[in-house]
Design a protein around this ligand. Sequence first.
Ligand code: AMP
Length: 282
Amino acid sequence: MQICHTIDEIRVTRRRARRDGKSLGLVPTMGALHEGHLSLVRMAKAQCDLVAASIFVNPLQFGPNEDLAKYPRNFERDRELLEKEGVDLIFVPSVQEMYPAGAVTYVTVEGLGDKLCGRSRPGHFRGVTTLVSKLFNLVEPDRAFFGQKDAAQSTIIRRMVRDLNIPVQIVVCPIVREPDGLAMSSRNAYLDAQQRKSALALYRSLMEVQERFDQGERKVHALIEAGKQSCARVPSLRLDYFEIVDLETLEPVDDFSRGALVAVAAFVGNARLIDNIVLGPA
Ligand code: AMP
């Protein structure tokens, strides 16, 4: 397994892989890896000759009062996990390498970047799309693997790739959950035992909505209310949003004719957690 720290190294390595005619899959991450990340790696292994994972805690996607400084970092553990999965290459650049002084160019997906998490985290998706487009330019993957866990992110990246004609296929993989249903997240590490229990309210609220939908409820407002009330039963949970939106536009829907994304975000202590389900067309 090769570890590249610099842009020069990654470009040389990419050129070599291209000469050999090998297909390359990329799994972008911020490290602090868990089974959710590893599921993306396994999907990439199944679909590509070579797999690269990037590890970069991207300052551009954190707001000024967010958890950039204390975001969990453990490169040695991540390296071991990726090696065990048979990853061929890790790209682990420094902030300086990715954003040298004077960098002022950003990639913005207009009209989508301010939806869902983008509303409460201004600039977050601009940070994501700027970094991911740089990673695509550097690694030139044939396919890139993202998690449905960050559903809005996947939608926005798909749109960016389409709009900018980036020659990469985006593959979105299912959410990996803990046995009790909590979506795996690097930020779950922030939770103490009591908060860990409270955090389950996100999944429970989605299951409540799913159940009502399965029983025939199609009024969007009623489903959102049910989800919000379910969250409200846990007083230590601070709801950011509970929304039902179109899978492509991220705009609120009136019906389920095109299917819909049910997305929730909430703070438990200082940890901001997100989760979602997709409700199929009626
Ligand atoms: P992150 O390190 O949080 O930026 O996540 C890197 C990638 O892993 C993103 O595409 C996420 O959507 C994906 N991911 C994170 N958690 C999960 C999960 N529980 N299940 C599936 N994919 C996930």
